[in-house]
Design a protein around this ligand. Structure first.
Ligand code: 5AD
Ligand code: SF4
Length: 490
């Protein structure tokens, strides 16, 4: 686990250290002094709410923000009517941005009622200059804004915002830094995300990620393994290795290492039972990785392999660097080698210039590969990306028709795939008490818990909170389309 520093041993009267993470711990100690004053004045701990938009990377970043808030003495709460609210934003599609603006409007009302409330914004959306301009003019009640590259400085920025008058903005264009050993507050006791790399070098023409998350940087394998060993010792049984393109892990390290090699090392960690990873770019997925997955007892039977489009013409325009045939060959090879694997994907509908014929090519891939699940997205024009400047943007009505058609095929295929496993027995990690069943007023109804299978499907089984965090054998009695109803086998 992290080698955290003890705040009680930090000398606050000397100047802040220059090196990291010592500098951030110094500022955590300073923030804690502020929190102590708050407690003596108000007779209670200050509350903090971290709201996450977007992907697993952001979810992990939010755990780091919560780790720092907790370390300095905040009580973390889920209500946004808190003393400190931070939105960790996403900008991959425009609807994510719109949701942030909507929610900010609500915060304005809360702040009117509690004028000492502090509001912070961070994450991908903040890396866009036009967003900062809009917040400056339309949301002047925001106190602190920072971006993706300097999130490790959160303690320092929090401290500065206690002292600042008006809006404090700190955005970096890029970074080559990775700061280790900062506190993390995990959402789940038994599973955890682990960043193995940051940024992306692929520049798919529709995607804003390389502009807001910067160039690809891999963490040192020793740091990753040390973190996972610590987590396993702390009761974590499942890890999700996170990166925009995990298949290019390790290329730029001083001592280069492949992703497959890293997985072999993670596999050896005692106590760890399951390994997942996200996301794989098809152009970089090696035979060695397929072999490691096949031979592994711990790597889950699930591969998320974004297709984006099945049309060679569109794939070229998207700068994906594979053809439909190459994708299909790869997916079918994986299915041959690992027959019980689930392959899921991302698909974009309405990329500039996409015709109904192009979409048919995509649908053809869905039918051939038989995706176990697919996330379908309507193309969103992201300022600054090459695709945004393309002239042949597709009319909304055509996109809508195509999207609905694709969605139906995707859902039918996923349902067919799920039905294949009905009646079988497999392992599930029980993740939580099923909320609906725990709320049920009819007490004769059984309490259910929700488990995740190795192939990422969900199963609900009778059981109680004592099962949470345990890997149990379940029979998948009834397939309900996208989840199963099952029972625990002793
Ligand atoms: N419009 C629509 N979907 C997008 N994605 C990335 N950028 C865009 C965009 N501009 C989708 C891709 C990616 C997923 C995380 O988000 O399918 O795999
Ligand atoms: Fe975006 Fe492509 Fe990088 Fe994925 S691989 S984050 S879609 S640029």
């Amino acid at each position: 686990m992290n080698q955290e520093m003890d705040l009680d041993k930090i000398e606050l009267y000397s100047a802040p250290p220059a090196e990291e993470p010592a500098r951030q711990y110094y500022f955590m100690a300073k923030c804690r002094e502020w929190v102590k004053k708050f407690i003596s004045k108000n007779g209670r701990c200050p509350t903090a709410c971290v709201t996450t938009f977007g992907c697993q990377m952001n979810a992990r970043d939010s755990e780091k923000l919560e780790g720092i808030l907790k370390k300095v003495g905040y009580e973390t709460v889920s209500s946004e009517e808190a003393d400190f609210v931070i939105f960790n934003t996403c900008t991959v599609r425009d609807n994510a941005n719109q949701r942030v603006y909507g929610r900010l409007g609500e915060l304005k009302g809360y702040k009117r009622r509690n004028p000492s409330m502090k509001i912070a914004l961070c994450g991908c959306m903040m890396q866009e200059p036009s967003v900062i301009e809009k917040i400056r003019t339309s949301y002047p009640f925001v106190d602190l804004i920072f971006g993706t590259h300097n999130i490790y400085k959160f303690a320092e920025l929090l401290c500065a915002s206690f002292e600042a008058e008006g809006m404090l903005i700190d955005i970096w264009k890029d970074t080559d830094r990775i700061v280790e050993d900062l506190p993390v507050q995990r959402k789940y006791a038994f599973k955890s995300g682990i960043n193995i790399m940051f940024g992306c070098n692929n520049f798919c023409s529709y995607c804003i990620v390389p502009y807001v998350r910067g160039r690809e940087r891999s963490r040192e394998p020793e740091d990753i393994l040390r973190e996972i060993r610590g987590l396993a010792a702390d009761g974590v049984v499942e890890v999700m290795l996170l990166g925009q393109n995990v298949n290019s892990y390790g290329r730029n390290l001083k001592n280069p290492m492949t992703f497959a090699e890293l997985l072999r090392e993670v596999e050896k960690i005692e106590g760890l039972q399951r390994i997942r990873f996200m996301t794989s770019h098809p152009k970089d997925l090696s035979d060695d990785l397929i072999r490691v997955m096949k031979e592994s007892r711990k790597i889950c039977r699930h591969l998320h392999l974004p297709l984006q489009s099945g049309s060679d013409r569109i794939l070229k325009q998207m700068n994906r660097r594979y053809t439909k045939e190459q994708y299909v060959d790869l997916a079918l090879k994986i299915r041959r080698e690992i027959p019980d694997i689930a392959i899921t994907t991302d698909i974009i509908v309405g990329f500039p210039g996409e015709t109904p014929e192009d979409l048919e090519e995509t649908i053809d891939v869905v039918r051939t590969v038989k995706f176990d699940n697919a996330f379908t997205f309507i193309y969103s024009r992201r300022t600054g990306t090459p695709a945004a400047a393309m002239e042949n943007q597709v009319p909304e009505s055509q996109v809508k028709t195509g999207f609905d058609k694709l969605l139906k095929v995707v859902q039918d295929t996923a349902r067919e795939q799920a039905a294949k496993y009905e009646g079988s027995v497999c392992e599930a990690l029980i993740e939580e008490v099923n909320e609906e069943s725990s709320r049920a007023e009819d007490t004769s109804r059984q309490m259910l818990v929700t488990g995740r299978l190795s192939n990422n499907m969900i199963v609900h089984v009778p059981g109680d909170a004592s099962l949470v965090g345990k890997v149990v054998r379940v029979s998948l009695d009834e397939c309900k389309g996208f989840y199963y109803l099952g029972t625990i086998r002793e």
